[in-house]
Design a binder for this molecule. Sequence first.
Ligand code: URA
Length: 213
Amino acid sequence: MQAQFPNLTVIHHPLVQHKLTFLRREETSTAGFRRLVKEISQMLCYEVTRDLPTENINIRTPITEFASPVISGKKQCIVSILRAGNGMLDGMLELLQAARVGHIGLYRDPETLEPVEYYFKVPEDIADRLVIVVDPMLATGNSAAAAISKLKKHGVTNIKFVCLLAAPEGVQTMLKHHPDVTITTAALDEKLNDHGYIVPGLGDAGDRIFGTR
Ligand code: URA
């Protein structure tokens, strides 16, 4: 946790930081970018699930009987904020194979930078699940905050947010609207520029994942 932002955990692990450097570089190819997003997402998934409850089950090893831990408690749902969030799904789902997946479509109005919803599809039992919301870039925080408000309206009470990069402005927005939601990220960057991009950032995450520019 950061002193300034009690809701924020930055993962300083050398592997995460190393891969993030190559993710940021403008000459990284689309294929390379996608692979790095997957790998970093996997490591962030490992961190965000650190406090999942476990319970012992009785198993038999080739040597003896043994009470060994498995994850217990709520099942998980990963909710991707379209479209860039989809880039994080593969890595997360490789670790949380039984997780359900929801999608929330929000785009930023280029003038106001406010989120506009165009798609919402989540599992029926989402209120009974731990929900991990993924979006690579926490910029203004308006889309993430709107997505989480919508999930709360559907009865979800246990929400964690995971992003690759966060801007202080976005973390502050989340703290204001959803202080109960933890944010796990690979880096807290310096600021937003006048176009709402994170500085130093990595550019448009959706375009770089899908090769649309
Ligand atoms: N969305 C992006 O893809 N990049 C940014 O820097 C900010 C929002």
